[in-house]
Structures are given as structure tokens and as C-alpha cells.
Design a protein around this ligand. Structure first.
Ligand SMILES: NC(=O)c1ccc[n+]([C@@H]2O[C@H](COP(=O)([O-])OP(=O)(O)OC[C@H]3O[C@@H](n4cnc5c(N)ncnc54)[C@H](O)[C@@H]3O)[C@@H](O)[C@H]2O)c1
Ligand SMILES: O=c1ccn([C@@H]2O[C@H](COP(=O)(O)OP(=O)(O)O[C@H]3O[C@H](CO)[C@@H](O)[C@H](O)[C@H]3O)[C@@H](O)[C@H]2O)c(=O)[nH]1
Length: 465
């Protein structure tokens, strides 16, 4: 710690986790000074000019309050050198080529950060990476020729997008993994003291690094598993005439199970669940536990099945009409409601499958940026003539044979008091058979049927058209 008792923190990575975590740490600890750095000048420029690259409730307000103590910069070396504690919050996608392809975590950005830290540091540092701490310790041992002390801690983040600030302010737990050495314990104690500024001690757990890292993977894998479990029941409900929402409630009312993460969906998305399960599968495989790897892999296979089966259900219901070129409006593109993030969105599977069957798709999302949607479509080779991004729901639905609600945005709800869109005009502007596929169970089927639509709901039986 610096002589003036100020803790100087450098956070590498100005994305969701880096910025939100830094904002809350600064907000709750008046004695810290944080510099958030990134290689992306555009991103740092956006944060500085207050045209925020991400949208999270309350983030803007908190950043305003810590403006004196939290800076954004592209001068990574200077920020590293000035810091006692360095958080690495860069992206760690799944490896796309070579060893571990499709499964292992690509830690190259984390490794680059650690190499930079070791290269430019002139004093001891505590490093909190997002990646395997073990691998980084080995790297530091190889590169540390100056005899400095680098302690590597594991501090997995459990925030969910859309509720990031709330999750950081009221976490279920904070996990800090450290080496079981006096220096490791001291470093962990330093980080604990920062969190103790607002989190009760019984919610801060210190453990060894492997428990911390595996605990994070396990939490995500089990959350995803609950979603796959409920999703696996949607097709059964549709066949036998049960109601998936009732099933979620019946299951969730058991206090041993609880109600969370049991909302049936078109499949889970986002940048974490699939990546972390793949990482767990890779870990199990590399330890020789093939049955365990297969067990977790089944979760992803179920998710892929759920994503792919929605288009099949819509088109099978259309009968012979399905072979004509239809116009289909897809409402919602972000990977879940409450975030503008379109990374790994499950909606892409539906769009890709519909376009693949020759239909024209018009997409509207009330919050996601048009450029981000277009970039995602472009990366998936979905040309603009087949998948168009519309400026509003009315434009997307105009002339559509089918509307598919794919993200549970409040904008799409139809119940009185919650209704924001002019559903009568939307229904009037559609072409027969005026089919509404509600992949999020947000509409009132009776209301839309009263407007002349036929409604197909996820996890509910539907008669043929
Ligand atoms: N997004 C979430 O909800 C969430 C939640 C918990 C944990 N995580 C984990 O946290 C980490 C960060 O995730 P995120 O969603 O904030 O990522 P992000 O993509 O939003 O941000 C990562 C940032 O790191 C920057 N970067 C990459 N390499 C760099 C380098 N060498 N030097 C400086 N900057 C560099 C990128 O430019 C980018 O701005 C990942 O490991 C992720 O798995 C994410
Ligand atoms: O009942 C549910 C809940 C979620 N989902 C879907 O699951 C995905 C992930 O949702 P959520 O967990 O809310 O979002 P993330 O921001 O991806 O957060 C997860 O991933 C983060 C990154 O690791 C963790 O920190 C969080 O704890 C963990 O919830 C989304 O596609 C949701 O639509 C469902 O289908 N049904």
C-alpha cells in the first residue's frame, strides 16, 4: 500500500466486468484510486466522453460519484506501475484453433497482461486475473528476473449483465482464492479488506485458488443445467398438454429447489454459460474423466437442441405454407432482456435457421444497437437481403406472416397495464396466417387471438393451423 494509505488499483479491461467492478470498488472505498485501462482507444474514449459503451442500471450514477477517484486511460504501463493491486478483466473466449479447440479457455489476453505487468513493474504487485492463476504463476516465475514479489489471487466475478451494479453491491458471496503461504494470505487479506467496506464478512470466503476457480465454473454450469432441465420439458409439455410455466412453479416451490433460473426459453445464451461449461468439459477430459465430461456436455447438447427445435416447431405448424418464402419478424435480439449485449445470443440460431429455409427475416430489438446486430449477422454470413434490421417493431412486423418473440423485453408484453405496443395495428399489418410464436411467454394469447392472430407458445400445446 502506498505511504498515504491510498490503495492504488489498475484494472486492465474496460468492459462489463472491469468497469462495473471498478466503479463499485471506488464507490465503496473512498481510499482507493482506480485507473481502468484498455487497449481499445475507442472504448476508453467512449467512457471518457460519457457515451457509455455498455448500458447497466445505476452505473452512470455511480461513475459520476467517483469521478475524482476513477480514471480511464490507454496508458497501460503507467497505470500498472502506479498500482499496488492489479485486476485483469480482459476477455477470455473459448479457444477457436489448436489444442483445446472449442472447449479450453483462451487466456492469451490474460497472459499478455501478466507478461506486461512483469515487464514494466518496478515494485511488488498483487494480481487478480480472470484465467487460471496456476498457469499465470508459472509464467511469472519464468519471466520475473527483477526479484519482485507478484502474488496471484483468484477472485471470480458472479455479476449478471443487466443487474451488474446490484449484484456487485449485494453479492451472495465474494470468493478469494490464494496460495496457502504467508504472502498469499497477506495478499488475500488486502483484497478482503476492500470488500469488507460493504460486504458482511460471512459472505466473503477465502479458499485455495483451485476451489475458487472451479467454484465459479460449477456455479455457472449448475445454473445453466437448471435452464436446460426446464427447457427439456417444453417439448413434452407441448405434446401432452401440460403448461411449462406451471411446471416451473411446481418445481420451484420446493424450497430445496427454489424458483430461480427456471424460466423456459429458446435456449440460454450470453458470453459465460456455454464458455464455462466447455471449460469444465475440457478440464474433466484432460484429467481423464470422460464420463464427467460427457455429463456436462449433455447440458450444451440440450441447449443446442432447444435453440434448433424452435424453428422446426414454427415451420411444422405452418404445414405446406412453410415451403413458400415467408416474411418473419423476429422481436428481440439481445441474449436476454435487460442487456444490449448480443454476444452469443440464442436468437441468432432462429434467424439463421429461418433464413436457411428461404424466409426473409426482419429483426427488431428495442435496446441493442443496430450496428451490433448487423455485425453479428454479418459474422454469421447472413446477408442484408435476407436478414434485415428494422428501426421499430411496426416496421419489422409490417407484412409479416409470422412474428417470433425471442427476447423477453417488457416492450413485447401485451397484458393491460404492461402493453406498450399497438398490437391492433401490428395484427392488421400482418399477412395470413398471422402466426405469433412467443418464445418467451410474454404475451396474452387470448388478447392477440382476439386481434386475429394465431398464437404458438413455448411449452404449451397448440392445435394445427
Ligand atoms: N460479462 C459478464 O457478465 C461476466 C461476468 C463474470 C465474469 N466475466 C468474465 O470477466 C472477463 C471479462 O469479461 P467482460 O464481459 O467484461 O469482457 P468485455 O469483452 O466486455 O471486456 C474486455 C475488455 O478487455 C480489453 N482487452 C483485451 N485484451 C487486452 C489487453 N491485452 N490489454 C488491455 N485491454 C485488453 C478489450 O478491449 C475489452 O474492452 C471474462 O473472463 C469473462 O468471462 C464476465
Ligand atoms: O430462468 C432463466 C434464466 C436465464 N435464462 C437465460 O440464460 C442466459 C444467461 O442469463 P443470466 O444468467 O441472467 O445472464 P449472464 O449475464 O450470462 O450471467 C451469468 O453468467 C455470468 C458470467 O459468468 C455470471 O457471473 C452470472 O452469475 C450468471 O448468471 C440468458 O440467455 C437468459 O435468457 C433462461 O433461459 N432462463
Amino acid at each position: 500500500m502506498a505511504k498515504d494509505q491510498t490503495t492504488r488499483i489498475c484494472c486492465i479491461g474496460a468492459g462489463y466486468v472491469g468497469t462495473c467492478t471498478s466503479a463499485v470498488l471506488a464507490y465503496k472505498n473512498p481510499s482507493v484510486r482506480i485507473t481502468v485501462v484498455d487497449t481499445s482507444e475507442a472504448k476508453i474514449g467512449a467512457w471518457r466522453s460519457r457515451s457509455f459503451p455498455i448500458s447497466e442500471p445505476c452505473l452512470q450514477e455511480i461513475l459520476k460519484q467517483v469521478v475524482e477517484r476513477l480514471a480511464f486511460s490507454t496508458d497501460i504501463e503507467a497505470a500498472i506501475n502506479a498500482a499496488d493491486l492489479i485486476f485483469i478483466c480482459v476477455d477470455t473466449p473459448t479457444v477457436t484453433k489448436g489444442t483445446g479447440e472449442g472447449f479450453a479457455l483462451d487466456t492469451s489476453a490474460v497472459v499478455a497482461c501478466v507478461a506486461k505487468i512483469v515487464e514494466v513493474s518496478t515494485s511488488d504487485k498483487i494480481i487478480v486475473p480472470c484465467g487460471t492463476a496456476d498457469q499465470l504463476r508459472k509464467l511469472i516465475t519464468q519471466k520475473n528476473t527483477k526479484g519482485l514479489n507478484f502474488e496471484v489471487l483468484s477472485n471470480p466475478e458472479f455479476l449478471a449483465e443487466g443487474t451488474a451494479i446490484h449484484d456487485l453491491l449485494h453479492p451472495d458471496r465474494v470468493i478469494i482464492g490464494a496460495e496457502n503461504t504467508p504472502k498469499g494470505s497477506n495478499a488475500a487479506a488486502r483484497l478482503v479488506s476492500l470488500y469488507q467496506a460493504w460486504i458482511p464478512s460471512d459472505r466473503i470466503k477465502t479458499t485455495n485458488t483451485w476451489s475458487s476457480e472451479l467454484g465459479k465454473l460449477a456455479a455457472n454450469a449448475m445454473l445453466a443445467q437448471r435452464i436446460s432441465s426446464i427447457n427439456s420439458l417444453t417439448a413434452i409439455c407441448e405434446s401432452v398438454g401440460a403448461d411449462i410455466q406451471d411446471i416451473s412453479q411446481i418445481v420451484g416451490l420446493d424450497h430445496r429447489i427454489g424458483p430461480h433460473m427456471l424460466q423456459a426459453s429458446i435456449g440460454f445464451g450470453g458470453s459465460c454459460f456455454e464458455k464455462d461449461i466447455r471449460c469444465l468439459v475440457y478440464l474433466a477430459e484432460s484429467l481423464g474423466f470422460r464420463h464427467i465430461a460427457r455429463y456436462w456436455m449433455a447440458d450444451l447438447e440440450m441447449n443446442d437442441f432447444q435453440k434448433a427445435s424452435q424453428t422446426e416447431r414454427i415451420t411444422s405448424l405452418l404445414g405446406p405454407l412453410a415451403s413458400s418464402k415467408l416474411t418473419i419478424a423476429v422481436l428481440g435480439f439481445s441474449f436476454k432482456a435487460g442487456t444490449t449485449d448480443v454476444r452469443s445470443t440464442p436468437v441468432l440460431t432462429i434467424v439463421r435457421d429461418l433464413v436457411g429455409r428461404g424466409h426473409k427475416v426482419k429483426i427488431f430489438d428495442p435496446k441493442a444497437k443496430k450496428e451490433d446486430i448487423q455485425e453479428t449477422l454479418c459474422k454469421a454470413n447472413l446477408g442484408r437481403e435476407r436478414a434485415i434490421v428494422s428501426l421499430n417493431a411496426m416496421q419489422a412486423c409490417d407484412g409479416a406472416h409470422v412474428i417470433a418473440i425471442a427476447t423477453a423485453w417488457d416492450e413485447f408484453r401485451t397484458r393491460p397495464g404492461l402493453r406498450r405496443m399497438d398490437w391492433k395495428s401490428i395484427a392488421d399489418g400482418m399477412q395470413q396466417p398471422r402466426l405469433m410464436f412467443d418464445g418467451c411467454n410474454v404475451v396474452d394469447a387470448k388478447y392477440l387471438e382476439g386481434l386475429g392472430m394465431k398464437v404458438l407458445e413455448l411449452g404449451r400445446k397448440q392445435a394445427m393451423l
